[in-house]
Ligand binder design. Structure first.
Ligand code: GDP
Ligand code: MG
Length: 441
């Protein structure tokens, strides 16, 4: 995959903005690469389309080739798709005893993952965990969990022959309450394929246990199949999270992407081996790197971007000291603020700006205003941005209209630019920019 991609990307070496052709050429290969990584066809197609729209026209960072830039954009989009909301690996297990239901096909790694997770909850989170095997299909399955429990020092529900899964689930619940456990885990039986009996059994258990988390365990090596399994389980049983096992194998992890894209369920953990501590919180960046296989390029682009940003800041500072502060500068500041979590955060950090931050806030400044102001600046011509004082009333109206806003808002923006310019100049004079430099670090 890496070779294939570098081949294509080496051919794209023009500088400037990414043309539609650049992006298309690169993404044709990305699409093939995704398919080779076992991403399902519709997911790969949608993903590539979304990236294409995002990438076309984007500026290419200095010292970086368009191909490298596309890699970074693809990587970021992968990470975004792979990330679920909330903290990775977090489980809803307050209100003891919290039931966790483990479901999945036979051999996917349910029993192993049950024990691994029980160990993690015990050791990392200080929880008291009870594990119960509901696998009445295979004679040795219950003993398997019991042995693992002994090995990791986690209690298992005593085995009673002849019970059905629902009876075992009920007993686990009672035992967990009486025994003062924080969590009880129900390890269900799997089948080689999804069938009605399997689903009916899991549903019956779900109905008596009312699980806080229902974790679907899937073999990360099974690729597209994994997605069908996930969809089916989610439709019939309701899944709150996914655990991808066998990610220690040489699969590319494409299943992770399909899984996220199709089911929208968060991937919470990955299994990285047969040992009891081979369970890790799912990290989107890591899997993205694996699917794409171009981690070096990604960090190269990140470094180049950081360098450029530092250079820009330096250049800007020099201009501010000379009293130059135009709409381009303001736009850059506004964008920076957006990145850093809004006006309040940024200004609060700058010495002498606390008061202004408060004024700005009192004037009803919120972060939506940032994007509106950026839109206003974007509606200006190049000349106007460099020299906003040339704006006449009629142009102001047009610009405001272009951004879908009132003229007053543009006037406020102009005032802000003047005030900030004055302030930058003053700060620049004080100690030859020492203060400003300090503030911008
Ligand atoms: P179940 O039928 O779903 O309960 O699957 P098991 O937990 O019994 O696991 C089946 C086999 O897969 C066992 O030999 C496990 O040791 C192995 N296994 C489970 N998870 C992983 C993993 O993350 N990596 C590797 N390499 N093997 C795993
Ligand atoms: Mg099992």
């Amino acid at each position: 995959l890496s070779e294939r991609l570098s081949g294509v990307f080496d051919r794209l070496t023009k500088q400037g903005a990414l043309s539609e052709d650049d992006v298309k050429t690169a993404l044709r290969e990305v699409r093939v690469a995704l398919l080779e990584a076992d991403v399902s066809l519709p997911v790969a197609r949608d993903f590539v389309k979304a990236v294409q729209e995002k990438a076309t026209g984007q500026a290419v960072t200095k010292s970086i080739t368009p191909g490298q830039q596309v890699v970074k954009i693809v990587n970021d989009a992968l990470v975004e798709t792979l990330s679920g909301e909330g903290e990775p690996g977090a489980l809803k297990i307050d209100n003891p005893p919290a039931p966790i239901l483990m479901v999945g096909l036979q051999g996917s790694g349910k029993t192993t993952t049950t024990a691994k997770l029980a160990k993690r909850l015990t050791e990392r989170d200080g929880k008291r965990v009870l594990m119960a095997s509901l696998d009445v299909n295979r004679p040795a399955a219950m003993e398997q969990l019991q042995i693992l429990g002994k090995q990791i020092g986690v209690d298992t529900l005593p085995i009673v022959k002849g019970e059905d899964p629902v009876q075992i689930a009920k007993r686990a619940k009672t035992q967990a309450s009486l025994g003062g456990y924080d969590v009880y885990m129900l390890d269900t039986a799997g089948r080689l394929h999804i069938d009605e009996e399997l689903i009916a059994q899991a549903a019956a258990v779900r109905d008596v246990a009312n699980p806080r988390e229902t974790l679907l365990v899937v073999d990360g090596l099974t690729g597209q199949d994994a997605v069908n399994v996930a969809t089916e389980f989610d439709d019939k049983i309701g899944v709150t999270g996914v655990v991808l096992t066998r990610m220690d194998g040489d699969g590319r992890g494409g299943a992770a992407l399909s899984m996220r894209a199709v089911t929208g369920k968060p991937i919470k953990f990955v299994g990285l081996g047969e040992k009891m501590d081979a369970l890790e919180t799912f990290e989107p960046e890591r899997i993205a790197g694996r699917i794409l296989g171009m981690g070096d390029i990604v960090s190269l682009v990140e470094k180049a971007q950081q360098t450029i940003e530092a250079e820009q800041a330096e250049r800007m500072m020099k201009r501010f000291q000379k009293g130059q502060f135009n709409m381009n500068d303001l736009k850059m500041q506004l964008e920076q603020m957006q990145k850093m979590g809004g006006m309040e955060g940024v200004m609060g950090m700058m010495p002498g700006m606390g008061k202004m931050a408060k004024q700005v806030q009192d004037a009803g400044f919120d972060d939506k205003i940032l994007s509106r102001q950026i839109a206003l600046i974007q509606s200006m011509t190049k000349k106007e941005r460099a020299n906003p004082q040339i704006l006449q009333a009629s142009r102001k109206k047009r610009i405001a209209k272009g951004a879908g806003l009132e003229v007053q808002e543009l006037n406020r923006l102009l005032k802000m630019q003047r005030q900030m310019g004055d302030m930058m100049k003053k700060m620049g004079k004080m100690g030859k920019g020492g203060m400003l430099k300090q503030a911008m670090k």
